[in-house]
Write a protein that binds this ligand. Structure first.
Ligand SMILES: Nc1ncnc2c1ncn2[C@@H]1O[C@H](COP(=O)(O)OP(=O)(O)OP(=O)(O)O)[C@@H](O)[C@H]1O
Length: 232
């Protein structure tokens, strides 16, 4: 099943009278359950592309379907609901809420977006903390954690509401090399365990080898794919 399908996808920005084509006429398909990376240098369009897949931004031209929904047809409210139900996010700077504990950070999307009963919520948080290897950190606050531990919390939070698709924009950019590999391995293990799809971006050529499918972006164009990805 296709989880993301892009056809002639283009995103342009107007800057001081000039048009910047951040993504230019890109076609690709990502299947459910894939572990995919978009790789490219700074400014190649990775964030622009992930923001569109995450329904945070709309295409200028072409079509983009996520879980079968043409995202350009959604208004702000519909996009927010769709995101909450379908997509989890992992950020390079972790984006944990500093005044909440580890367990509360993971629980947060279940409270804000989905109305789960208390006992199910707590069980879900416990399961995820154990799955990502932070079962003993539940009551710590983000500032008491290492970078790798913070990103483990963020991975658990992204999985909390059973998202079909997890988007991670440069998830290893603020981690040392070994920790970066461990986080990518963790994401892959979580893909297997929780039956979701992971799409991450990176400019790190060593990290990208961990992806099962790889798309290369250059100046907003998809120039290459390796392994199981499909560029049409
Ligand atoms: N809101 C915006 N307004 C104008 N131009 C933008 C905007 N967002 C991105 N761009 C331009 O689009 C191009 C792609 O940017 P994008 O942030 O997607 O690249 P990236 O590959 O994610 O880079 P990085 O690795 O540095 O985050 C760049 O030329 C950038 O300057």
């Amino acid at each position: 099943m296709k989880i993301v399908e892009a056809l002639n996808l283009t995103k342009s920005y107007e800057m001081g009278g000039e048009t910047v084509n951040a993504i230019q006429d890109v076609d690709f398909v990502i299947n459910s359950g894939a572990f995919v990376s978009f790789v490219g240098p700074s400014g190649s369009g990775k964030s622009t592309l992930l923001n569109m897949i995450g329904c945070l931004d709309k295409p200028s031209k072409g079509s983009l379907k996520v879980d079968g929904v043409d995202i350009s047809t959604l208004n702000r409210q519909q996009a927010a609901k769709f995101r909450g139900e379908t997509i989890g996010f992992i950020f390079q700077d972790f984006n944990l809420i500093p005044v909440l504990t580890v367990a509360e950070n993971i629980e947060y999307p279940l409270l804000m977006v989905q109305n789960w009963p208390t006992n199910e919520r707590q069980q879900r948080v416990k399961t995820l903390m154990e799955a990502v290897g932070i079962g003993d950190q539940a009551n710590k606050f983000p500032h008491q954690l290492s970078g790798g531990q913070k990103q483990r919390v963020a991975v658990a939070r992204a999985l909390a509401s059973k998202a079909k698709l997890i988007l991670a924009d440069e998830p290893t950019a603020n981690l040392d090399h070994d920790t970066a590999f461990r986080i990518i391995d963790l994401m892959k293990a979580m893909r297997n365990e929780f039956d979701t799809t992971f799409i991450f971006s990176t400019h790190d050529t060593k990290i990208m080898d961990s992806a099962e499918s790889l798309f290369t972006l250059e100046d907003g164009k998809l120039s290459q794919k390796i392994q199981g990805g499909q560029v049409r």
